[in-house]
Design a protein around this ligand. Structure first.
Ligand SMILES: Nc1nc2c(ncn2[C@@H]2O[C@H](COP(=O)(O)OP(=O)(O)OP(=O)(O)O)[C@@H](O)[C@H]2O)c(=O)[nH]1
Length: 616
């Protein structure tokens, strides 16, 4: 059976146990009640049998007495013929049966004529039955039927409750001769009839038309709400009943312990069954809880094992990462903010600066400027990064333990974890790159053939010097040089010889620079420019003269016949301006160019000062 179905059954079990308990209780009660009723029925039947037997005994006993009286009545003729013998028979009868109060003769006119014994019964002497007498109908009935008849109880004239047995009398010739009466005192008669019965264990009541005439039997109280009764016919009067109420003794005899035993045993079995089921249910519940706890425990163990494995894995990874970051050429350090602290430093940080880790940490805490001169300013910049939530790259200089500074390019990234701000910093010693950049910078400003500054550098420098000198209102001088008949030189001696000549000219031009800030550039092809900051027209011409001398001193032979000197020469145009807002560096170049043009047209190998200055 699948586990959920078992779960459902287990959940329903308490209700089933309660239902079973109730069913068992009802079944037990029903069984007990059936057994009890059966026993009661049996007791009632038994008592009824006993009652019938007792009633029969009473009837028999009464009949025995009345038969004696009837036998006496049959000898009635003796009463008239042999009065003494009759009297002795009657006396004998009275002695034999003390239940008789008296034996009397009632003549045909219903008048009391004879009473035996007379003593004690004087009150009825001469008594005449009147139609109003309660027994008058009985008399008539006995007379009509010719059969003896017992009256109902009535109040005797001699006192007390009595019964009268009327025996119609007839003479030998068959003539009606009144009644022979047997007078019974009820109490004495019934006492006599009932006391001979084996009824000590019973509670008896002798009833006449629902009136209790006599009670006898056990002194015990009535033990049940039921009774049995049997009709008692005495002397042809069927108005009597014998009612018997069961006593405890009788009930005990009639009943057994079976219902109680069955009920008790059943209750015990039901109790055991329900207890067993309940215990089984509790066991199942505990086992369920235990299995649930076990599952939980297993889940917890496997979760912890997983966590441990993950932890180990993470620790291994962390160690690996630490190792790798320690062996990285880059310095990795993490700064925690608020409060500011160095959370992590890799080996490169402290080894690269010549410290131990503890020394570097302590130094950063106590005197950060000794590690990074502008550390405080930098931290302020880093704090401002928090608002931008971005990344930034800084070029910093850090100080080695031995005192030399190391350039450091630091890439910083801001992270926020668990409510705290962190700066992840990766620093790299970029001195090589810086040198390379400087070199490239230099190359980008240098002419490849002559090693002089190139045209780009000339343009930048002229503008920057123009601006600088404009603030200071100092003149800026410029020489524009062009090699004379250089095409013919190349044509005669070849291009390589032309290159060599240009290189020698460059060296000669450099040697002519007298002041810091003076700068010789290759302007293009065989043209050169010399920037002379602070030089007025005179100083420009002085510089141009030194150039002519230096070129002449080179003594480079020009092979073309049209060159009179036979040497390579240059023409120079000079100009000088005090930078003013209405002028630009181009004006200065244009003036120098015009002067150069003039020097060319005037015969070459000479210098001309711009019209704005004085011609040499
Ligand atoms: N060898 C060499 N020749 C160059 C270089 N740059 C320019 N030239 C040459 O210089 C010559 C310049 O000739 P032009 O402009 O006609 O002037 P010129 O022959 O010098 O005559 P003038 O300037 O009037 O005196 C050209 O033949 C160019 O080829 C260079 O780097 N090397």
């Amino acid at each position: 059976m699948p586990a959920p179905a078992i779960e459902r059954y287990v959940k329903k079990l308490p209700a089933l146990i309660v239902v079973l308990c109730c069913a068992l209780a009802i079944a037990l009660f029903t069984t007990w009640r059936a057994l009890h009723l059966a026993e009661q029925q049996q007791a009632r039947a038994r008592l009824q049998l006993e009652s019938d037997a007792l009633a029969q005994q009473i009837e028999t006993h009464f009949k025995h007495q009345t038969d004696s009286l009837i036998r006496l009545a049959r000898r009635w003729p003796l009463h008239h013929a042999q009065r003494d013998l009759w009297n002795s028979d009657a006396e004998q009868l009275l002695r034999d049966y003390n239940s008789f109060q008296a034996i009397e003769w009632l003549d045909r006119h219903y008048r009391m004529q004879w009473i035996e014994p007379f003593k004690g019964n004087e009150a009825v002497a001469g008594f005449i039955y009147q139609p109003s007498h309660p027994n008058y109908p009985v008399i008539l009935e006995a007379k009509a039927s010719g059969q003896p008849h017992l009256s109902n109880s009535f109040q005797l004239a001699q006192g007390g409750l009595g019964l009268v047995y009327y025996i119609p009398q007839y003479l030998a010739n068959g003539e009606f001769d009144g009644f022979l009466l047997g007078i019974f005192r009820v109490e004495v008669l019934l006492n006599d009839l009932i006391n001979i019965l084996p009824s000590n264990h019973l509670n008896l009541r002798f009833m006449e038309n629902n009136q209790v005439l006599f009670s006898a039997g056990a002194a015990e109280l009535q033990a049940a709400d039921w009774s049995v009764s049997s009709q008692v016919s005495l002397g042809g009067n069927s108005n009597f009943r014998l009612t018997i109420y069961p006593t405890r003794h009788l009930l005990n005899d009639a009943t057994t312990q079976l219902p109680m035993v069955v009920t008790t045993a059943g209750s015990l079995i039901a109790l055991l069954l329900c207890s067993s089921l309940w215990l089984a249910f509790r066991g199942a519940q505990r086992s369920r809880q235990l299995s649930y706890s076990n599952r939980q425990l297993h889940a917890e163990i496997s979760r912890r094992q997983k966590t441990e494995e993950t932890l180990k894995h993470n620790q291994a990874r962390l160690k690996l990462i630490n190792d790798m970051t320690d062996h990285s050429h880059d310095a990795l350090f993490i700064i925690g903010l608020r409060p500011m602290e160095v959370v992590y430093l890799n080996r490169t940080c402290w080894q690269g600066l010549g410290y131990s880790e503890q020394e570097l940490r302590a130094l950063i805490q106590i005197a950060p400027r000794e590690v990074m001169p502008d550390a405080i300013k930098w931290l302020t910049e880093l704090r401002s990064m928090l608002h931008q939530q971005g990344n930034a790259i800084f070029q910093k200089r850090v100080v080695h333990h031995d005192g030399h500074t190391v350039p450091l390019e630091v890439s910083v990234r801001h992270l926020r974890r668990m409510g705290r701000d962190y700066l992840i910093c990766v620093g790299r010693n970029n001195s090589a790159q810086l040198q390379m950049a400087a070199h490239l910078q230099q190359l980008s400003h240098q002419d490849g053939l002559t090693g002089l500054f190139n045209r780009r550098y000339f343009d930048k420098t002229l503008i920057s010097e123009w601006r600088r000198l404009r603030r200071e209102q100092i003149p800026l001088g410029l020489l524009m040089l062009d090699v004379d008949y250089f095409k013919r030189f190349n044509d005669e001696l070849g291009h390589q010889a032309g290159d060599d000549a240009l290189q020698q000219l460059a060296t000669a031009l450099n040697s002519c620079l007298m002041r810091e800030g003076d700068c010789v550039c290759r302007y293009g092809g065989e043209e050169f420019a010399v920037i002379l900051p602070g030089a007025d027209g005179d100083r420009c011409l002085q510089a141009a003269r030194r150039v002519h001398e230096a070129v002449a001193k080179l003594g480079i032979r020009h092979p073309h016949t049209s060159v009179e000197s036979g040497l390579l020469t240059v023409s120079i145009g000079a100009a000088s301006l005090v930078p003013a807002p209405e002028w630009s560096p181009h004006d200065l170049i244009r003036q120098a160019d015009l002067a150069l043009y003039r020097a060319k047209t005037e015969g070459r190998n000479r210098s001309e000062l711009s019209d704005a200055n004085t011609t040499m």
